[in-house]
Design a protein around this ligand. Structure first.
Ligand SMILES: Cc1ncc(COP(=O)(O)O)c(C=O)c1O
Length: 413
């Protein structure tokens, strides 16, 4: 057995991983055009409109609105649906806080569905158990770039006549049975933050096919101001989530690259899965039939029956081999409901809202153990880095590194 780099042995990966630039001539051209136009405000400019037209065309959707972030996009979707305060919204226990921010700001009550133990996506069976007469929407999260079981979730929402929002922040241009995510729900939300497949630094987009939601979406982006000459008279509360022309310009160029980026990640990720699957005790995220994974994240589980190391110990050894990895991370480091804002019910100072019922008699509590599969998943998994600039050699080296560390820590038969 080869000596671990941690113990002074040779490093598996002494060479750097593939790197590249995300922005090039395409972005420069678009941004310079905006500056030359002397307008950065989306109402008077053309780039946010161009980005919206491009996204609509790529996804074959009727309406698209650019906005300032993925957090804003989810908030806009909820605001457009005009759910009354106190209404429950079901979402995944594993997601970014950005999925929850809009829920809380709209004074809606989040309910957390547990996840599938192999995909880490929300489990439709758990969603079903949470449905009740107070449920006003489901926010499906396509986590890590892997489609959630969107047909099952769509069917649950349809059967209860409640809207389905798709949070596609981590799943740009990703397909389920050949159909793009973001086209299943009543509304879909995208993020262009720094870490996403494509980025505008911060930014987002909301899409829908529902004509009845389009106006409220546009108004929710922009203080409930009509921008078509009609007299200003906001008739509901809406923030300012405008996308600027600079973000719009970069988004136009980035949208032109998304298919290639996702394709490259999918090829590399599939190769990594194929390599890791052969290593005893190493369990990559399961890709259900019909799902195309766009590998925003690459999540790996250790089988405690075959590997006698904690994920922290395993990752320390892997890092020493030159393979970056993050233990207990998935998204956010723990199920979202374990964050203080839920544990202490401290969304708003001096108030328990929205974690209290409309008649103020009962409070919602998010106790540890609420979603045991999600909680256990964080303990047993680590994330490997992956991006579109990696080479096949990088992937082979990652597989070799994991195999070496797994062999060292293998439980003897
Ligand atoms: C699933 C999910 N939803 C929402 C968001 C929020 O997006 P943003 O950071 O653009 O506000 C993120 C960002 O990490 C995310 O991963």
């Amino acid at each position: 057995m080869e000596k671990l780099a941690l113990h002074g042995g040779p490093k598996t990966k002494p060479t750097p991983f593939g790197q590249g630039r995300r922005f090039g001539e395409e972005e420069k051209k678009e941004v310079l055009a905006v500056l030359d136009s002397d307008v950065l405000f989306y109402v008077f400019g053309s780039k946010v409109k161009e980005m919206e037209a491009k996204m609509k065309q790529m996804y074959a959707m009727k309406y698209c609105s650019g906005c300032s972030s993925g957090t804003a996009a989810v908030h806009i979707a909820l605001g457009a649906l005009a759910l009354s305060p106190g209404t429950e919204v079901i979402t995944s226990a594993i997601t970014d806080m950005g999925t929850l921010t809009g829920i809380l700001y709209q004074l809606l009550v989040p309910r957390f569905a547990d996840v599938d133990p192999q995909t880490y996506n929300m489990d439709p069976k758990s969603v079903e158990k949470l449905l009740n007469r107070r449920t006003g929407a489901i926010v499906a999260v396509h986590h890590a770039g892997l489609p959630a079981d969107i047909e099952a979730l769509h069917e649950l929402a349809r059967s209860r006549r409640i809207p389905l929002i798709e949070d596609c922040a981590q799943a740009h241009y990703t397909k389920w049975r050949g159909r793009l995510l973001g086209t299943f729900g009543d509304v879909s939300a995208f993020s262009f933050n720094h870490f996403k497949h494509i980025t505008t630094g911060s930014g987002g987009a909301v899409m829908t096919n529902r004509a009845d939601l389009e106006e409220r979406i546009r108004l929710f982006v922009d203080k409930c101001y009509f921008r078509d000459g009609r007299k200003r008279n906001p008739y509901f509360l809406a923030p300012n989530y405008q996308m600027t022309e600079l973000q719009g310009a970069v988004a136009v160029a980035q949208l032109g690259k998304v298919e290639r980026i996702v394709g490259a990640r999918r090829a590399l990720g599939s190769r990594l899965i194929a390599g890791l699957e052969r290593i005893p005790g190493i369990i990559p995220q399961r890709i259900p039939d019909g799902a195309e994974h766009s590998f925003f994240l690459f999540v790996v589980r250790l089988d405690p029956g075959r590997i006698r190391a904690t994920v922290q110990e395993f990752c320390r050894a892997l890092e020493a081999e030159g393979i970056p990895c993050e233990p207990n991370k998935i998204t956010g480091g723990r199920p979202v409901y374990l964050y203080d804002v839920f544990q202490k019910r401290s969304a708003f100072p001096g108030s328990l809202l929205p974690f209290v019922s409309r008649d103020l008699r009962s409070k919602v509590a998010y106790l540890k153990g609420l979603c045991p599969v999600a909680e256990e998943a964080f303990e047993r998994t680590f994330n490997l880095n992956i991006n579109e600039f990696y080479s096949n050699q990088d992937i082979e080296d990652m597989v070799k590194g994991v195999a070496k560390v797994a062999e060292y820590y293998a439980v003897s038969p």
